[in-house]
Design a protein around this ligand. Structure first.
Ligand SMILES: *[C@@H]1O[C@H](CO)[C@@H](O)[C@H](O)[C@H]1NC(C)=O
Ligand SMILES: *[C@@H]1O[C@H](CO)[C@@H](O)[C@H](O)[C@H]1NC(C)=O
Length: 180
């Protein structure tokens, strides 16, 4: 993995995002910083804390696509997020001005334009080791990274190889394993 955005930038962005939930974040400052560092999109890896519905497409019982999940989501729609509303990564994408939600890479309704703003490869009940994920038939980190390669291919077809490379190189990579 080669996050092109320097660690310092990521840390600075994270620091600016901290007060996001208290509503105290300076969105303008955050966006200026992201623009200055050519940040392109958000790519997410992890577990249920950031899975927007990849597990819906997997033969696992670890799903969050039924009520009361999503009761505070747009249209009260259960999406697969293990949350009543949006996930932290959705708010990050919104703060950066990209999109209101980061969709699941495995979502069959994923639109080409969604690839430009970022997607999530996260899978609820996943862990760093393949065994944890295997037990519940979800995506281990290794598989999530394999899907990143698929993502790059789709993106290349959409915008061309050079632009795709630039987008991935300047993406913010979020790794979130919160529920282990
Ligand atoms: C952002 O992109 C511009 C134009 O390509 C480049 O000159 C600049 O060095 C880049 N900034 C960073 C921090 O990579
Ligand atoms: C999970 O374990 C089974 C049994 O050991 C194996 O056949 C299968 O390939 C593994 N699946 C993954 C996704 O690693």
């Amino acid at each position: 993995m080669h996050p092109g955005v320097p660690m310092v930038t990521v840390l600075a962005l994270m620091a600016l995002m901290m007060p996001l939930f208290s509503g105290a974040v300076d969105i303008r400052q955050l966006r200026q910083l992201a623009a200055r560092h050519n940040v392109t999109c958000v790519l997410v890896f992890g577990d249920s804390s950031v899975d927007p519905g990849n597990n819906n497409r997997l033969p696992t019982t670890m799903k969050g696509n039924f009520p009361p999940y999503g009761k505070d989501f747009f249209d009260r729609h259960p999406t697969g997020r293990f949350s009543n509303g949006r996930l932290a990564t959705d708010f990050i994408a919104e703060a950066l001005g990209y999109t209101k939600i980061i969709p699941a890479f495995l979502d069959p309704n994923l639109k080409p334009a969604d690839l430009l703003h970022g997607v999530s490869f996260a899978s609820a009940a996943s862990g760093y080791d393949d065994l944890t994920a295997n037990l519940s038939q979800v995506l281990p980190v290794s598989k999530q990274i394999e899907y990143l390669k698929h993502y790059k291919l789709h993106l290349s077809r959409l915008v061309g190889g050079n632009k795709a490379q630039n987008i991935v190189k300047n993406a913010i990579f979020c790794f979130e394993y919160g529920h282990q």
